[in-house]
Ligand binder design. Structure first.
Ligand code: PLP
Length: 410
């Protein structure tokens, strides 16, 4: 019988959102009449932009005609999309990229999860804490995490706490690490790093030969001037960082699936005997073997995000969510709660009052306000005592949820 990768067995059985779903289902059995408002899961709710829909329709028509039908596309993505990305997402910010440094994919979850394929199992990994769970779980599968300890931490992972005490600014690790995941704007805390703060990380990575895995899935929500949209805005970052981007939150593609990853050609790793190897070449090899490209019609849809109409429509949707974020932030602040994030990100991170645990706060909010959020501890030990709300709901539901919380005796 085949032996399994028993690292999968080390993963805790219940995923955060299935625990939440169970609790919500139990609540619904007792209160079938309740008008439940969900500000928990990070999925979008607004429909796709008309420019995207038009592009999808015409791409579908192309697939139905003999002259324009397409089969397998390039594993790395079509040039029409890669060139559009470089021209719109990077050149205006002073970042020059070659087309073969950009890899189109079916989203940032796959790429942040799969990137470990090109990195050895004995690299030491650091994550900020709380953290998007995919980084940790994929390293458990990839044999880099060690064992789960009683305090909820994995023995071989270095956790860098990001809490109100340090203003959610991660300190450089004290221990030697080989790779670090940074996600800015951050899920779940909604906080950002400014240029100076991110430069500290780039300088540290260059000096210590550390690979930064920079997840910029929420880049489109940045509003403040001094916040970098791409890590490559920082000098030297091409020699130390891979960047992940996604159309999911930027343009409502959570159901269509498209993202991209930038692996600069000057970015090197090492073999155990010290020789330098291009990570771009390895990622290309990995993609060519295990990935057969994102669907043509989806890449045409992504291209339409950058058309003048597409840009305006997508911007209007992001503005809509950010107006929700403002409403949540201001509404909750008025109740005396301590609020973070929500200015450059669709996530609002709040400190639970009177130090109640994240799950206790979840239960009370569910049963007393009929509002669903996400317990901070689900994102890592340093998330205990915090709670996440998202701005991805409808305006009406967001407004109603905030009114309920305002009238709540917390
Ligand atoms: N990265 C972060 C930080 C996320 O929060 C998410 C989705 O919630 C993703 C990546 C996944 O993005 P995609 O839909 O492109 O797979």
């Amino acid at each position: 019988m085949a032996l399994v990768n028993d690292n999968f067995l080390k993963l805790p059985g219940n995923y955060l959102f299935s625990d939440i779903a169970k609790k919500v289902n139990a609540f619904k059995v007792v209160h079938p009449e309740a008008n439940l408002i969900r500000l928990g899961i990070g999925d979008v709710t607004r429909p796709l932009a008309p420019a995207v829909i038009n592009a999808l329709h015409s791409a579908v028509d192309e697939m139905g005609a003999e002259e324009t039908f397409r089969g397998y596309g390039p594993e790395q993505g079509y040039r029409f999309l890669i060139d559009t990305i470089i021209k719109n997402d990077f050149e205006p910010r002073g970042v020059k990229l070659d087309p073969d440094e950009v890899f189109i994919s079916d989203g940032a979850k796959s790429d942040t999860g799969n990137i470990g394929d090109i990195l050895r199992h004995d690299n030491r990994v650091a994550v900020t804490d709380p953290v998007y769970p995919v980084y940790v779980d994929s390293n458990v599968m990839g044999v880099r995490a060690g064992d789960l300890q009683i305090d909820g931490r994995w023995s071989n992972i270095v956790y860098i706490p990001c809490t109100a005490e340090n203003n959610f600014t991660p300190e450089l690790p004290e221990k030697r690490v080989d790779m670090i995941y940074l996600c800015y704007p951050n899920n779940p805390t909604g906080t950002v790093l400014n240029k100076k703060q991110l430069k500290k990380w780039v300088d540290y990575a260059l000096e210590n030969e550390v690979l930064i895995l920079f997840d910029a899935a929420y880049e489109a929500f940045i509003r403040e001037e001094d916040v970098p949209h791409s890590i490559y805005e920082i000098k030297g970052a091409k020699q130390c960082a891979i960047e992940f981007r996604s159309f999911s939150k930027t343009a409502g593609f959570t159901g269509l699936r498209c993202g991209y990853t930038v692996v600069p050609k000057e970015l090197m790793g090492r073999t155990p005997d010290g020789q330098k190897v291009s990570l771009n070449g390895l990622w290309n090899r990995r993609q060519c073997t295990k990935f057969n490209g994102t669907a043509y019609i989806i890449q045409k849809a992504a291209e339409a995000v950058y058309s003048p109409e597409g840009k305006a429509q997508v911007r209007a949707t992001i503005d809509y969510y950010m107006e929700n974020a403002k409403m949540i932030r201001e509404g909750l602040e008025a109740t005396g709660l301590q609020i973070f994030g929500g200015t450059n990100a669709p996530y609002i991170w709040l400190k639970t009052p009177q130090d109640v645990t994240s799950w206790k706060f979840f239960d009370r909010l569910l049963y007393e306000c009929h509002v669903v959020g996400t317990p901070g501890v689900g994102f890592g030990p340093s998330g205990e005592g915090y709670f996440r709300l998202t701005a991805f709901g409808s305006r009406e539901n967001t407004q109603e949820a905030i009114e309920r919380i305002k009238n709540w005796k917390i």
